[in-house]
Structures are given as C-alpha cells and as structure tokens.
Design a protein around this ligand. Sequence first.
Ligand code: ADP
Ligand code: MG
Length: 394
Amino acid sequence: MVSPSREETDDLPDKDVAKDFYAKYEPKELLGRGVSSTVRRCVEKETGKDFAAKIIDISGDIDDSQGLSLRETTLREIQILKLVAGHPYIIELHDVFDSTTFIFLVFELCKNGELFDYLTNVVALSEKKTKGIMKQLLEAIEFIHSKNVVHRDLKPENILLDDDFNIKITDFGFAKVVKPQERQFELCGTPGYLAPELLKASMYENAVGYNKEVDIWACGVIMYTLLVGFPPFWHRKQMIMLRNIMEGKFEFCSPEWDDITELPKDLIRKMLVVDPLKRLTVSEALKHEFFQVVTTKGRIFDARKTFQLGMLCVRAIVRLKRLKYTPEPLSIEVARNYPYRIKTLRKVVDACAFRVYCHWVKRGEVQNRAALFENRPKIELKQIYTDAMNTITT
Ligand code: ADP
Ligand code: MG
C-alpha cells in the first residue's frame, strides 16, 4: 500500500475543516469512489491500525427525491449502520466525524476490495464458492431484515471481501427502516438489480408499492451473475431491460449454464419471481436444498455412504501399497517352461547356478555372473581349450 500522490489528495478536505479527523487519522490512498463520496485507507495514529474512511462532501448539499439533504441521508446511513452493527458479514462503523462541509465515516478496512472486482478477475465462480458467498449474504440480509431494515442497493460493488474472503455488506446509503406491512414507493437502487414491484411502484399510479422482498430479488440477480459472470437482465436499451425485469424474463440457455447443476438454477428461479408474495423469503432461501452440506456437485451429504467410500479408498490404497510385496500369480506351465521370467524364481535359479559354477567366477568380477548362463562358449575360452588339447596330443 502506498501514500497518496499530490493530485490524488485533491478530494481531501482542508486540515482546519476536519481537525478532529486529522488529529486521529492519517489519510492514505484512494480505495473507491461513490456518487458523492470518496473512500480512502487511513491509519489510526494511536494504534497504527488500518481503516477505510468514507469522506462525504456535503458542501454543495442538494435535496434528494425525498427532499432529504445529503447530511440527512448520511445521518440516516449512520443510524442504520448502528442498528445493524455486530454481525460478522456486515461492515463495522468504527468512528464518525461531522463538520460543516464534510462527514467522515471510518469503517473497518476490507483489504480484498469489492466482490465486483474479484468476480471481474475470475470471470465466474464455482457452485461451491457461490454457495459460500450466497449463504453469508443471505445470513446478513436475514439479520438486516430482522431489524426491520431494507438495504435496497445490494450488488457486487457494495459487497466487500475481508482478509479471509468473507463478505461484508456495505453502503447503507439507500437503506431504510420499514415496518413489515408498510409500503414503499421511492425509486432507488441500481437499474440491473431493481425488483419488478419497485419499478412498478415508481411507474404506475395504482401500484401497491414494495417492501423487503426487493433485497431477495437483488440476491437472485447477484447469484446468477456470480455463477456465469454476466447478469440475468441486460439489454443495450435500458427500457427493454426494465421491461424484461418487470416480466421476469431471463434464461439459463447460454453455454455457460451447461455445466451448472439444477439446484442453484432452482434457487435463482425462486428468488427471481415477479410476484413478491410468491418469492422466497430470506429464511426460506437459506433452507433451500442448495445450501445443504454437500461434498461434490449437487450431491447431498450422506454420512454412511461417505464413510463406506472412505473405507473403500483406504482398502484400495493399502492393496496398492502391498502389491509390491505380493507374489505374481504363477501358472505351472510358465514355471516349467520359463522359470527365469519370474522374479523370485530367477533369484533361486541364479543362486543355484552360482552355487554350482561359482568357482568359475573370479573374485571381484561378480558382474560376470551373467556369463554363467551364456549358451555359447566364449571365444577366448574355446581358444584356451583348443590350445590345451593340442598340447596334450603333441
Ligand atoms: P457510495 O455510497 O458512494 O457508493 P460506498 O460505501 O459504496 O460509497 O463506497 C464506495 C467504494 O469504496 C466501495 O464500492 C469500495 O470499493 C470502497 N470501500 C468502501 N468501504 C470500504 C472498506 N471498508 N474497505 C475497503 N474499501 C471500501
Ligand atoms: Mg456503493
């Protein structure tokens, strides 16, 4: 990690504007940019620990679609962050500094950045990795919903990865406290992740509005994208994309889906249901078969079968290890006609032959043992024999 260069520090507020922040933290390099904020790594001077500071410029404050100023929406974000604090998969707010022109939110640092960038690097995730991430995501959402909060901007850019690649949901800028039956009508979020009822709420006069189910729809879009690398609803013309969302028109036909099993597709189908009342709730999604403990692609874990398989593997390995010491099967036919072919017999034959003819093998020339089994007489020996015979006869 590096210190910020001169031009990179342009977004940083003057020291006198944010004295308290600078007294406690040393700002470092840029980590990300949002619509009205920049996020920088910063070091807590007292402890030397790294954090991420979200610096929100509220100087040119304008009201949003609800008439809320940026200061008000930031204060709402802080209030919600405190409400959902203490969950392992939700970002932890460490400190807050409020000045007339800037608000600083100091968060725990997620060194592995956005899930979005991670996915860009790896293109698509395996079913196993997707299962891990989706389980954490749904558990965090279950917690958020239990606090009567709806996030409304779930997407891979707002899901960060910590040192151990566990997720941390962040950016509660659009989050809102809602009563269970209270209907919402504001249009907020990111186009490709918007639920049909949220779009209808902002388009039609007689729309019934929306509630927490919009987060499950976004989870369906995220899960689809994680598995194949591209989103379920996309079209060059945004109007067509929005129409496809409202009709729930998406497919599993591209070749990328060929290797993906039925269970994750089933879960996606049940999260991307147009009618929010028929869509899975977060608890139902977590109980889906896809999240049962599995060993291999889509197979359900069975302790007895796994144990039996383990035993078979151990027995096979032991057999393979012993193979070296197990005698080769030997037929009488082979033993009688080709005894020298068999390793153990070969040793016996050699030993016998050596015992009979060892006096022919000179000391220190044991390698000449092979000569003992040569059928043809050696030329030099033959010559010695002939010379000897000649001497005898003359
Ligand atoms: P905005 O509301 O403006 O979208 P976010 O809270 O989403 O702001 O932050 C913008 C980006 O900054 C994130 O998408 C991410 O890349 C980076 N970021 C935010 N918080 C952290 C953090 N705690 N650790 C690392 N990077 C972060
Ligand atoms: Mg964001």
